[in-house]
Design a protein around this ligand. Sequence first.
Ligand SMILES: Cc1cc2nc3c(=O)[nH]c(=O)nc-3n(C[C@H](O)[C@H](O)[C@H](O)COP(=O)(O)OP(=O)(O)OC[C@H]3O[C@@H](n4cnc5c(N)ncnc54)[C@H](O)[C@@H]3O)c2cc1C
Length: 456
Amino acid sequence: MRIAVLGAGTYGSYVIDSILKKYPEAEIILFDVGDKRNKSEQEIGYYSSLKNALYKGLTDGRFFGFGGASVKWGGQLLTYTCNDFKNPDCFMKDITKFDMQYKDDMLAKFNIENKFPEKHVSDDLFTKTGVWLSALHHDFFKWFKIHKRKQVTIRSNSRIVRLESKNGKDIDAVVYLNNGKEERDSFEYYFLTAGAFENARIMLSSGMVNGDKVFFSDHLSQKVFKVKKSTVIGNEDFVFRMRGTSLITKRMVGEIDGCSYYVHPVFNLKFPFFESIKQILFKRHFEWKYVWNVFTDIPNVIGFVWAIFVLRRMYVINNEWFLYIDIENPTKESYVSLSKEKDAYGLPGLDVHYYVDKEAENIYEKAKVAAMKHLDACGVDYDVLAEKIDVQTCEDIYHPYGMFHFDSAEDYFTRWNNMLLVTTGCLTRSGGINPTASMLPMVDEFVNNNLKSYHT
Ligand SMILES: Cc1cc2nc3c(=O)[nH]c(=O)nc-3n(C[C@H](O)[C@H](O)[C@H](O)COP(=O)(O)OP(=O)(O)OC[C@H]3O[C@@H](n4cnc5c(N)ncnc54)[C@H](O)[C@@H]3O)c2cc1C
């Protein structure tokens, strides 16, 4: 079986590992617009408009080349349980079912175990514990050793332009640009894994979506409380703990009017040394001023090193930390569409329209009240940072969802006869988690039980 994987990033790498575990004889052609060097949107030469500066998910949240965004991401792997959605649609119900079924096996592929139970801590909130990938093993392409797989032929610097399909159900060919030259190839099966927004651009360019817009939503994030003295709320300690070089973190998740929110701790916002460490570990970025940051604050640096290496927990500067509330943006009008502007490849870029309306403010207010009720009941010493929520100042958290719509897992697996679309954009809801890992069990279920019909 000749399989095309279109995008060598987070999902593309996971898909290849899953296929080869089940079908070691498969022949995989992996296309990627980039190569070994990870690039930003600007560096790779893509175009997206900043019609609304509120949302920078395309300009600042996309990374290209082998490993894709996993080279730069946090590596927090979270999945859904029955606690996440009060009234999930059929597709989210199916995703939750497969998440619960495959979670342990999926995490085991990364040498991770997460047996921490979720606990209801109030009428509104339950806790969810996350185990992150080791800070040294973020990059899925490297982790799964894709470049060493003999079954995989990599076509780097190959930009997928569009898919060809006469009947909308069967993909006949993929058209791509290789060093400026348009080429075409056909495969038995296709996995479209070019990132949420580029997948949308490809689908729009291929006439494979209804209309000329792909609607989407994303989380909004705000710093809401400053907490003093202790990191314990009720019986739960929210300080990050260390397991090997991996972090264990905890959040509280709730849902209001069909809209999820999560309340999560952020530490050391005003600690330049800690910021330097994050830049080096997560963004792979170094500046000499980071060394200077060590010498300007030696007592706190010593405290930090002691906490991490001896106590195996996060240092909390001045014993003060912050609680952020992130919500699913309930506004339904945000979308991307093909732009008149061409990118460096001569292809139409994406115009981005992102909106936040009054409904988001209402959800924020209600989520804030629910969180305060719990903090007060637990006798927590805290300040409310802003009496009025200002959703215009949302932080940069990018988990696009709600782009492609499926009725059920069955519909998802069979929408196209020979293609699977893998992206967080398929999720109807993002819930109270960073949702990338929630789609991995769907890949496993598909490869284990649905791909076989093509293989025989
Ligand atoms: C700073 C940051 C931190 C994050 N932290 C977390 C986290 O802790 N947990 C979490 O769940 N999520 C997190 N996310 C979100 C997560 O990174 C994404 O959801 C995930 O990486 C998406 O995977 P993907 O395979 O769809 O895209 P990518 O990993 O970006 O892969 C897409 C691949 O396709 C290639 N490509 C693009 N266009 C084309 C084309 N036309 N032709 C051929 N190849 C193409 C690209 O080069 C890239 O390799 C974070 C995101 C950011 C920006």
